[in-house]
Design a protein around this ligand. Structure first.
Ligand code: GLC
Ligand code: MG
Length: 576
């Protein structure tokens, strides 16, 4: 009898296993973005580093992270804090050595956390060897970048056209050595690689192969829409971009409509090619599949093509910026519901959704929507179906730190002026991570930090929040634990705005408990009837996660048809 049931069990297991393997580790994973300069400083220079990350990997384990993507750690003059890569094959000394990186990989492997690197295909640093050789006209590298001798108007030399860089001013900079202009969609210190040269594509694929063979599990690809510019005409010229009449500042990026320098059709094919490299290396190295996360601020119909087109696979995780880009303090439940649907309803069959609420380029949630909405947005992030992508510090509710013009270091802001920098600066979201109430928030034991600390770090930090039952951190951890439930992993979602103030959605899977996330977005007390919007609820529901606005506690019961919500209360309920 015993033998029989063991045999039956192993048979069932064998049947179950292939189904599990099909799922793919990333399909319901928790991704965490580390901004290495600001995560943890191990050597007291006030700037975070790789050994610091290694020391704190256990924290990622504590909060249930599956994989972490690191903003660039490669050799760089740091004009754009690492997004200007001078050597795609090496670690910047500021962050450590290749040995330190190997140690980080080894520790991550022990803890079963996957390391994902930032891959910056659009440009290199002007200090990259490739650029120096290109500027010198070496045959192999001559066309690695985009060069043009410019035009002469009334005897005065001018850039080839009117294109404006993302970071203000002309997209063209004159190079004395080469006696030509080079194109840069970002800073002059970030010359664009020439993707119309197949050698460039091959060189960049080699970069991917190198890091995959070292043991990383994929890449977050930077600024993808900018990679291709329109092909030059037969005389080697590019057309001017049309004006955006709404903007009057001729130096500002938004002064033009970027129809020739973003979202060129070749871009999608390039993503497919990069994915092919991932799949080649899956075959070569075996083990869990490698992933691509792509950063593209693009129209939905374009983004959906990033996933693949039926014949080619693309990015498994084209970042979903629907929420990040479109909600503000005034957004109501109908708008939230629509934004959630935008992604879910347009996604190609068989793909997985992802939810992104922050990154090193955008204002923090607590500052954007109000600190009293932090837990609710983490609830969305972690109870919607698919992949969650969390920026460091959002789980403890860090907020933007105001930094004066004098102390501002972000090039996007520094290229502007004292009147405009606050609209552009990304420094406020890049300040040191708040580990504890000790000196430098436990981030560094040095005398200063590269960006100022948040003034509230004694209240908002990991150490303190560990001890407060309904802190942002502990709510985050409870939500994470809930994700192991079958209905969270594999269940459907039904989304409903119950009036303008209450957003609710139900996750359900036949044969398992359903979970209902309910958020009172505003400041009225709301009474809602969940039976009016969801089917097959039990008449009573159990609170499984509450926030600090709730008067109810975990495990309390409520009637589904008369749920009372306090101002800004956000809860997850379960069927009985
Ligand atoms: C991406 C990065 C940003 C960087 C830019 C240029 O948008 O997220 O931080 O400045 O690309 O590489
Ligand atoms: Mg480009």
């Amino acid at each position: 009898m015993l033998i029989k049931s063991i045999a039956l069990c192993s048979l069932l297991l064998a049947l179950a296993l292939p189904a599990l393997a099909e799922v793919g580790w990333w399909r319901s994973a928790q991704f965490y973005q580390i901004y290495p300069r600001s995560f943890k400083d191990s050597d007291g220079d006030g700037i975070g580093d790789l050994n610091g990350i290694t020391q704190q990997l256990e924290y990622l384990k504590e909060i249930g992270i599956t994989a972490t993507w690191l903003s660039p750690i490669f050799t760089s003059p740091m004009a754009d804090f690492g997004y200007d890569v001078a050597d795609f094959y090496n670690i910047d000394p500021l962050f450590g050595t290749m040995q330190d990186f190997d140690k980080l990989l080894a520790r991550a492997k022990q803890l079963d956390i996957k390391i994902i690197l930032d891959f910056v295909p659009n440009h290199s640093s002007d200090e990259c060897d490739w650029f120096k050789r290109s500027a010198a006209g070496e045959p192999e590298y001559k066309d690695f970048y985009v060069w043009h001798t410019g035009k002469v108007v009334n005897g005065i030399r001018q850039p080839p056209n009117n294109w404006i860089s993302v970071f203000r001013g002309s997209m063209w900079t004159w190079h004395e050595g080469r006696q030509a202009y080079y194109l840069h969609q970002f800073l002059a210190k970030q010359p664009d690689l020439n993707y119309r040269n197949p050698k460039v594509i091959e060189a960049m694929k080699d970069v991917l192969r190198f890091w995959l063979r070292k043991g990383v599990y994929g890449f977050r690809i930077d600024a993808v829409p900018h990679v291709f510019e329109i092909a030059a005409d037969k005389n080697g010229n590019w057309p001017d971009e049309p004006r955006n009449e709404a903007v009057s500042d001729p130096e500002d990026y938004t002064y033009l409509n970027h129809i020739y320098t973003t979202h060129q059709p070749e871009t999608i094919d390039l993503v497919y090619q990069f994915r092919e490299v991932m799949e080649d290396l899956d075959r070569e190295l075996g083990g869990d599949d490698r992933v691509l996360l792509t950063e593209a601020y693009a129209p939905l119909n374009v983004l959906m093509q990033y996933y693949g087109n039926g014949t080619h696979n693309g990015s498994q995780i084209p970042f979903n910026f629907e929420l990040l880009g479109n909600v503000n303090r005034e957004s109501n439940a109908y708008q939230y519901a629509e934004l959630l649907h935008n992604w879910l309803d347009n996604m190609p069959a068989g793909q997985v959704a992802n939810w992104v609420l922050g990154n090193h380029d955008s204002s923090r949630i607590g500052s954007r929507l109000g600190a009293d909405r932090i837990d609710a947005t983490n609830m969305l992030l972690l109870t919607l179906p698919g992949i969650s992508v969390n920026y460091q510090g959002e789980e403890i509710g860090m907020t933007d730190v105001w930094i004066s013009w004098k102390d501002t270091v972000d090039p996007q802001a520094c290229q502007s002026n004292e009147q405009e920098f606050e609209r552009l600066t990304r420094d406020p979201v890049r300040t040191p991570f708040q580990w504890s109430d000790e000196a430098q928030a436990g981030f560094s034991n040095g005398a200063s930090t590269w960006l100022p600390l948040a003034s509230d770090y004694k209240l908002v930090n990991v150490k303190r929040e560990r001890g407060i039952p309904l802190s942002h951190l502990n709510i985050y951890k409870q939500l994470r634990a809930l994700r192991d439930e079958p209905s969270m992993q594999h269940g459907d979602v039904t989304i409903s705005a119950i009036g303008p103030n209450v957003l609710a959605f139900k996750r359900s899977l036949s044969g398992h408990n359903s979970f209902i996330t309910v958020w009172n977005i505003n400041d009225n007390v709301e009474a809602v009837n969940l039976d009016s919007v969801f089917t097959s609820l039990s008449s009573q529901l159990k609170y499984v996660v509450v926030n600090d606005k709730s008067v109810r506690r975990k495990n309390d019961l409520t009637y589904a048809n008369s749920l009372l919500l306090m101002p800004k209360e956000a809860v997850v309920l379960s069927t009985l």
